[in-house]
Design a binder for this molecule. Structure first.
Ligand code: NAD
Length: 491
């Protein structure tokens, strides 16, 4: 019997009565592991009503009191780390070490949200004018929604939920319909932490309920993470319905290798960046730019060899479960088809397929959506292979004659989430930091994903709003700045 998930609304588990059900698959085996309800507008309305009812009293709680359930949650998440990581790996397909790392980052965000008594403080200007003071209050906004992608089913909702509630708002999460069990599991932990009913709600469903959420009059703000195609739609809807929004989209992250880079370290670092999570991280690198012919020759031969050695397996297979660099499947048959078609188009446009992962099979897991590492060389900047977010274990290698040309390749690309430079030269690193147009820059770090106390977010088509996730940015997003100008006359 597979479990049918329920919504978590108003502090209780509620079946989404009348909703169609969708199978949730283990991408390593193709087996159905749960069914998720495709909630409708009426189910969402229940959650919005609960969140609205809960808002006034939650906002009026002292800030330190609002952090108490969050502290309990962080402790529970730590205790439960292994169980949650297994739920995550089973439905998403990333390695167990990757799931544990994801959980750690989620917990880190809870810890940082608990600094609200300090970070939510406003400002006061004594003497703004004669006998007049100016004061900036950071007050809660209201009811928020989160629409999450499939690739980080724990971390992405936790970029938002802890900050929203710590600052006095109430919230609804719509997990990805492809990986809903992780958030359901985390909601069962939240249920034990003493949040008042309606403060945190989880409504399952697909794009239909996400569309309703992004247009709902009872929702004041929305955090969306997903493909750039959907970002545009969400940003327009939020503007139309006057919601504040954080809208974060797709990526194609570049790694630039300079001739002076420490190549032993670089190749290892590139492999984990490109193939961790089967290339389905928004910070995964998928384009390598080699500066100079000698660098190109060395990177191509060593990277292709290292790629060939990546182990492709079911990440829950006990033989590999604790290996840091094991590559699981991509999320679905449909995603696999798209990646294979893009590889075919890449061949047709003249790139050289230096390593072909299309025929990789994992014995005993014939129903899984596996692909092996795939590497293209002789890729032209701006070609389909270079321009497309493939979101799988497919890497393109490009040439550049100079650092300027490499930066130009990054800056001409529509996406700008992350970009990294490998070098020992501080002058080159400084130029890269300042000139490469990407929101998150790595210097000898292939996945420059910032820790929870720092802002997370890209540039260009990787972001459709002007405020980032995590850290202080999250405190700003979830509070209204109310400015008071006050004076008292002598009585
Ligand atoms: P997706 O856009 O297909 O879906 C994301 C969410 O939006 C899901 O919950 C889905 O149900 C919902 N949705 C789908 N169509 C919708 C519509 N028309 N209206 C409203 N909601 C809709 O994305 P995905 O495939 O789940 O996630 C992968 C994408 O997310 C990649 O592009 C990746 O780069 C991106 N991502 C970006 C970041 C970042 O920080 N920029 C982080 C993680 C993932």
């Amino acid at each position: 019997m597979t479990e049918t998930l329920r919504n978590y609304i108003d502090g209780a588990w509620q079946p989404a009565r009348g909703a169609a059900l969708l199978d949730v698959e283990n991408p390593s085996t193709g087996e159905t592991i749960a069914q998720v309800p495709l909630s409708e507008r009426k189910h969402l309305d229940q959650a919005v009503d609960a969140a609205r009812r809960a808002f006034a009293s939650w906002a009026a709680e002292p800030v330190a009191r609002r952090c108490e359930p969050l502290r309990r949650l962080a402790a529970l998440m730590r205790e439960d780390m292994e169980a949650t990581s297994r739920v995550l790996t089973r439905e998403m397909g990333k390695s167990l070490p990757d799931s544990r790392a994801e959980m750690k980052r989620a917990i880190e965000n809870v810890d940082i949200a608990c600094t609200a008594p300090l970070v939510q403080q406003g400002e006061k200007l004594v003497g703004a004018s004669h006998g007049i003071d100016g004061e900036v209050l950071r007050v809660p906004v209201g009811v928020f929604g989160v629409i999450a992608p499939f690739n980080f089913p724990a971390m992405v909702p936790f970029w938002f939920v802890p900050y929203a509630v710590a600052t006095g708002n109430t919230i609804m999460v719509k997990p990805s319909e492809r990986v809903p069990s992780t958030m359901a599991h985390l909601a069962s932990l939240m249920d034990r932490c003493g949040f008042p009913a309606g403060v945190v709600n989880v409504v399952h469903g697909d794009r239909a309920v996400a569309e309703a959420l992004s247009e709902h009059d009872g929702v004041d703000g929305l955090s969306f993470v997903g493909t750039t195609r959907v970002c545009r739609i969400i940003a327009e809807r939020c503007a139309r319905t006057r919601k504040r929004c954080q809208v974060m989209g797709g990526a194609k992250n570049h790694l630039v290798a300079l001739p002076d880079a420490n190549m032993d370290q670089v190749i290892r670092n590139m492999v984990t960046s490109c193939y961790g999570c089967a290339g389905q991280r928004c910070m995964a690198a998928s384009a390598i730019v080699c500066v100079g012919e000698a660098t190109h020759e060395e990177v191509v031969s060593r990277f292709v060899q290292a790629s060939r050695e990546v182990r492709v397996a079911d990440p829950l297979d006990p033989a590999v479960a604790d290996e840091p660099m094991v590559m699981g499947p991509v999320i679905s048959a449909q995603a696999r088809r798209f990646i294979v078609e893009t590889i075919e188009k890449g061949c047709a446009e003249g790139a050289r397929l230096a390593l072909d992962g299309r025929d990789v099979r994992v014995p005993g897991r014939e129903g899984g959506h596996f692909l092996g590492p795939t590497v293209f060389t002789d890729v032209r900047p701006g070609s389909l292979l270079h321009a497309t977010e493939i979101f799988g274990p497919v890497v393109v290698i490009l040439r550049a004659a100079s650092l300027d040309e490499a930066i130009g390749i990054i800056n001409d690309h529509p996406y700008g989430n992350g970009a990294s430079l490998y070098t020992q030269d501080g002058y080159a690193a400084r130029r890269f930091k300042l000139e490469a147009r990407a929101g998150m820059i790595g210097i000898n770090v292939g996945i420059p994903a910032p820790v929870a106390s720092l802002p997370f977010g890209g540039m260009k088509d990787s972001v459709w709003s002007d405020i980032k996730a995590q850290g202080r940015a999250a405190f700003r997003f979830y509070t209204d700045e109310k400015v008071v100008t006050e004076r008292y006359w002598a009585s």
